[in-house]
Design a protein around this ligand. Structure first.
Ligand code: NAP
Ligand code: GCO
Length: 266
């Protein structure tokens, strides 16, 4: 047996939420290349279809379902359907997420609640739906996609930072409560990654110059670049595989070093 077999996901069923594109798509693609069967959901059938086509182009026969992760009834129905049609979920990645960039005092309570609902309540709902079968099966892996905002704040992202900070602690609590059932729950904290979610922060200015925030992130990142979704794939495969069976309650920051660095002198 090669030592690399420890990183294999052969025979595993992985649910990656919100994985029609972006970070979830990159993680699910890597899981498939490591041998897993991929299940994903999105909010609308056209997005699920778009995702299925994108996976197919890579030779991956994924299973896609329409499901709003904030709807507990829909999530429980999804998990039951997946268990019937695909198999018991061995690996869950709580990836689906939104952000609203609004100064806190301009944000309505409803807008705040919407972000908390998707980014914190939904990971609770989905984890709660998959854990019972993981206990029965004798193992499970849960990976919550946290953020640098699990550790740091910045202007206009109060709801998102509150949600991702809470998600860090939910991760540690699931690890604490279910570790004895051989379920490992960890987080991945991406840095600034080039996806549709951060596109507004990277838009070219009218004069063709880089967005000020883009320049800021480059100066703050030792790697001097934005991350790509594929930068998260290896860490995710590690946390989904038996190679990490004694890693539990850990948030693995994949940020090019931002959290370690005071930033380049202007
Ligand atoms: P993205 O491009 O905005 O994609 C988010 C995905 O989640 C989309 O497929 C979206 O579906 C889906 N989604 C949103 N709300 C949903 C709901 N209620 N039910 C089901 N699916 C839902 O985001 P991303 O950049 O790939 O980020 C993915 C995760 O990484 C998020 O949790 C984000 O907070 C986190 N993250 C991102 C970065 C970054 O720099 N990009 C850094 C750290 C952490 P629709 O297309 O239908 O909206
Ligand atoms: C922002 C960005 C960040 C990233 C990510 C950083 O507006 O600051 O969207 O929040 O998405 O979460 O880790």
């Amino acid at each position: 047996m090669s030592y690399m077999d420890k990183f294999s996901l052969e025979g595993k069923v992985a649910l990656v939420t919100g994985a029609s594109y972006g970070i979830g798509f990159a993680i699910a693609t890597a899981f498939a290349k490591a041998g897993a069967t991929i299940v994903f959901n999105d909010l609308r059938q056209d997005l699920v279809d778009k995702g299925l086509a994108a996976y197919k182009e890579l030779g991956i026969d994924a299973h896609g379902y329409v499901c709003n992760v904030t709807d507990e009834t829909a999530v429980n129905e999804l998990v039951a359907k997946v268990e019937k049609e695909v198999g018991v979920i061995d690996i869950l990645v709580n990836n689906a997420g939104i952000i609203k960039r609004i100064p806190m005092c301009d944000m309505t309570a409803d807008e705040f609640r919407q972000v908390i609902d998707v980014d914190l309540n939904a990971p609770f709902i989905v984890a709660k739906a998959v854990i019972p079968s993981m206990i029965k099966k004798g193992h499970g892996k849960i990976i919550n996609i946290c953020s640098m905002m699990s550790e740091l704040g910045r202007e206009t992202v109060s709801a998102y930072a509150a949600a991702k900070g809470g998600l860090k602690m939910l991760t540690k609590n699931i690890a604490s409560e279910y570790g004895e059932y051989n379920i490992q729950c960890n987080g991945i904290g991406p840095g600034y990654i080039a996806t549709p979610q951060t596109a507004p922060l990277r838009e070219k200015q009218a004069d063709g110059s880089r967005h000020p925030f883009d320049q800021f992130i480059i100066a703050k990142t030792p790697a001097a670049r934005w991350g790509n979704p594929e930068d998260l794939a290896g860490p995710a495969v590690f946390l989904a595989s038996e190679a990490s069976d004694f890693v539990n309650g850990h948030i693995l920051y994949v940020d090019g070093g931002i959290l370690a660095y005071i930033g380049k002198q202007p």
